[in-house]
Design a protein around this ligand. Structure first.
Ligand code: GLN
Length: 190
């Protein structure tokens, strides 16, 4: 299995390590041709405005959009913002492929970053240690979108829409491989 990781900016190396630990081949995606022959793609956390700007510069917006419409694609944090249909502003380039509304930097300054044990029924009984760093939240999901994870107060931080997966936190910064395993199983089941 060959999985791409968008490598313009942000935490792409950590995702590659996790994928390799699980036996997948990884490809760093920087140019449209890097998408050729990939079975899936991860868009990492980082800074969504920077990722968007660089994607425009490298002619990646349309190729990434087409890829994500057809193949399993997982956005974490900034990557989740990049996948969303609606982020409440239209100046920032996004792919707009996942039917969710996302609010950037939703936790404000005081709780810039925090960690919690998040129940994710899809992964079994053991909660997932979720690291949030200037994280977004999902404020609305479309009809076809399943909510996978919510904070105690109900705010949505993980969702899936068919072959598209989105998480507001950073699973590549923990030792838990279960979400990467889950994404690989989405690819296998396709
Ligand atoms: N706050 C960042 C943004 O708006 C996302 C932060 C992250 O990816 N950890 O793009």
């Amino acid at each position: 299995m060959k999985v791409g990781v968008l490598a313009l900016q942000g935490a792409f190396i950590e995702h590659e390590k996790k994928l390799r630990q699980l036996g997948a081949e990884t490809v760093e995606v920087r140019l449209p041709r890097d998408l050729d022959g990939l079975d899936g793609l991860i868009i990492p956390g980082g800074e969504s405005t920077t990722i968007g700007k660089l994607a425009v510069e490298f002619g990646l917006i349309e190729p990434l959009r087409t890829f994500a419409q057809q193949h399993p694609t997982w956005g974490t944090c900034a990557g989740l913002i990049f996948l969303a249909k609606d982020i409440g502003i239209d100046r920032q380039p996004i792919l707009g492929v996942m039917d969710i509304t996302v609010n950037r930097n939703a936790f404000g300054r005081q709780v810039d970053s925090f960690e919690i044990d998040l129940p994710l029924a899809r992964l079994g009984d053991m909660p997932f240690h979720a690291i949030f760093i200037r994280a977004p939240i999902i404020t609305a999901v479309g009809k076809q979108v399943e909510t996978l994870g919510q904070l105690d107060d109900g705010r949505i931080v993980a969702a899936q829409s068919g072959h598209l997966l989105g998480t507001a936190f950073h699973p590549e910064l923990t030792n838990d491989l279960r979400l990467h395993q889950y994404f690989l199983s989405m690819i296998k089941d396709r």
